[in-house]
Design a protein around this ligand. Structure first.
Ligand SMILES: Nc1ccn([C@H]2C[C@H](O)[C@@H](COP(=O)(O)O)O2)c(=O)n1
Ligand SMILES: [Zn+2]
Length: 163
């Protein structure tokens, strides 16, 4: 008898990989972030990545990190988590999980909590020392929204377009 494959992706690996794949759509030259919302039945209900709003051309708005505020990307860019929630097929994301490459900022955290998402699974917390992420953790703790870092069991996942 032929047994089943054993190196198949776990749900956490699968949803985090979808988040990372979505992040590859981002035009941000410095930080590409993807997010994937999964419901309690392990169905994907929303994906997103960081980018400018509809109608705001990637070629006309700045991707700079420094300079006058209006000449940087920060006032314009929609974060991956916001896009994943807004792109989701349901308004009510109660009991969903969000997988995201980078710990959510305070503004996205508000959106995540208000949407009813119950758990955040993140890969990197590289901005842990910012007040934005500190505020996120305060709100998450108060609202009993859980968060945990994804610790991968494998280094990478390879995709081949040629089979
Ligand atoms: N949780 C997050 C954090 C950040 N982003 C976006 C916003 C920017 O496009 C980029 C961060 O840029 P950096 O300051 O590292 O040059 O990532 C997000 O989508 N989700
Ligand atoms: Zn954010």
């Amino acid at each position: 008898m032929v047994g089943k494959r054993t190196d198949y992706l776990s749900w956490d690996e699968y949803f985090m990989a979808v988040a990372l794949l979505s992040g590859l759509r981002s035009k941000d030259p410095n930080t590409q972030v993807g997010a994937c919302v999964a419901n309690s039945q392990n169905k994907i209900v929303g994906v997103g990545y960081n980018g400018f709003p509809w109608g705001c051309s990637d070629d006309e708005l700045p991707w700079s990190r420094e300079g006058n505020y209006l000449d940087t990307k920060y006032p314009y860019v929609c974060h991956a988590e916001l896009n994943a929630v807004l792109n989701s097929i349901s308004y009510d994301l109660r009991d969903c999980r969000i997988y995201v490459a980078l710990f959510p900022c305070n503004e996205c955290t508000k959106v995540i909590i208000q949407a009813g998402i119950r758990e955040i699974i993140y890969l990197s917390d590289k901005y842990a020392d910012t007040d934005s992420v500190r505020a996120s953790k305060i709100m998450l703790d108060k609202s009993n929204t859980s968060y945990r870092q994804f610790t991968p069991d494998r280094e990478s996942i390879l995709l081949h377009f040629s089979q």
